[in-house]
Write a protein that binds this ligand. Structure first.
Ligand SMILES: *Cc1c(COP(=O)(O)O)cnc(C)c1O
Length: 402
């Protein structure tokens, strides 16, 4: 489904992609088709739509022109076969698991993944006999050692949440191929502007569009992009049965956010790079994890598989958990909230918030330390963000170990 603008650069694609089905009246913004159902001109036409001969719309859970425009846009950016929009990021992830996993199957996942992804497998899908192992996927040997004959899926999040570690995508593609497992990548943190896992051989990409793609912290939404038709068809049939699909108004809002994604990501990434460098030299800060810093253990992967290091930064302070909480309480420009990828800078404490559902021992093993502060850097003036953290670190009376 090559669009006429598919050869354009990603910065151009985010602005134009999805508009291929010429809208009536020459509308420049994709119209909101707020209709649950679509009429047929004849009984024969209805029959041929249900048989699949005619690809026209039937019913919004099964497809809607506004939703379709967003699916086309994200799929074009990811260079996949076709996109499937979902109600939330978790609807995308759960649909992928339920489509391809059955009782007795085994999944290997990045140990530091989005908390609910891990809980879904460990707490819910374990009831159906699906087993999971959580390993530091930045270490390919650890992945290889976790492989079992019944391993059917590798689920990788890179950059990972909240440690901001990177996983070698090409290495994972090889391991997955060797044991005929699917490689699924959660590309939420990078966005398709900074990383295109399908181009490296991943089978499926999932997204929480709630984050950088929508970019305004006002919508929850998700997307699945399959690399091949066979995978897409199975996913579509599961999603239409489960019903976790997107609604046209939601799709329109996300499309509006998408149009400015290149500008937002560029600005947020620039702020993140400067803020990470500032934090690294601050005497109250004990460590910083940002792939754009040469001190990051997978710094070399940024230039091999990404267009840039992104806008997520994690750091720790001398004084541990108590001081970390005081710093979070003292910021004024950054907002204390979970989520990420909006124009505003958000700060949170994963061990007690997004990753609190995971046991303390498992958190420590995954590197989700108690002193870890996660910042989703936004698009504010850099000087205001640095001054905010400088003041917060001083007010929290962080002990310095210069
Ligand atoms: C937020 C998030 C999700 C879940 O998305 P929802 O839209 O909240 O359901 C999944 N993966 C990552 C990396 C996320 O940040």
């Amino acid at each position: 489904m090559a669009s006429k603008k598919s050869s354009a650069r990603p910065e151009t694609q985010v602005i134009h992609a999805g508009l291929d089905e010429a809208p009536e009246y020459g509308a420049v913004s994709v119209p909101i088709y707020q209709s649950a159902t679509f009429s047929f001109r004849s009984a024969d036409e209805g029959a041929s739509r249900f048989s699949g001969l005619d690809t026209g719309y039937k019913y919004t859970r099964l497809g809607n022109p506004t939703v379709r425009a967003l699916e086309r846009a994200v799929c074009a950016l990811e260079e996949g076969f076709r996109g499937l929009a979902t109600a939330t990021g978790m609807a995308a992830i759960s649909t992928v698991f339920l489509t391809f996993l059955r009782s007795g199957d085994h999944v290997i996942g990045t140990d530091a993944v989005y908390g609910p992804t891990r809980l879904l497998l460990e707490k819910q899908l374990a009831k159906f006999g699906i087993e999971s192992s959580w390993v530091p996927t930045e270490d390919l040997t650890a992945v290889r050692e976790a492989l079992r004959p019944e391993t059917r899926m590798l689920f990788v999040e890179t950059p990972a949440n909240p440690t901001i570690k990177l996983t070698d995508l090409e290495g994972c593609v090889e391991l997955a191929r060797d044991c005929q497992a699917l490689l699924v990548v959660d590309n939420t943190f990078a966005t398709p502007l900074l990383q295109k896992p399908i181009c490296f051989g991943a089978d499926i990409v999932v997204h929480s569009l709630t984050k950088f793609v929508n970019g305004h912290s006002d919508v929850v939404a998700g997307m699945i992009v399959a690399a091949r038709k066979k995978l897409h068809d199975r996913l579509a049939s599961m999603l239409h049965g489960l019903g976790g699909t997107m609604d046209p108004h939601q799709a329109w809002l996300v499309l509006r956010g998408l149009r400015t994604m290149a500008l937002r990501v560029e600005r947020a990434q620039e702020n993140a790079q400067r803020l990470a460098a500032f934090l690294e030299t601050h005497p109250g800060v004990s460590w910083v994890s940002y792939p754009g810093l040469p001190s990051h253990p997978q710094h070399h992967l940024v230039w091999r598989q990404m267009e840039g290091p992104g806008a997520m930064v994690s750091f720790g302070v001398h004084g541990g958990l108590r001081t970390a909480k005081s710093v979070i309480d003292a910021v004024r420009v950054a907002t204390l909230a979970v989520s990420l990828g909006g124009v505003e800078t958000l700060i949170e404490h994963p061990a007690s918030m997004t990753h609190a559902g995971i046991s303390g021992a498992e958190r420590q093993k995954a590197g989700i330390r108690d002193d870890l502060i996660r910042i989703a850097v936004g698009c504010e003036a850099y000087e205001d963000l640095q001054a905010d953290l400088e003041t917060a670190l001083a007010e929290a009376a962080v002990p310095t170990h210069a």
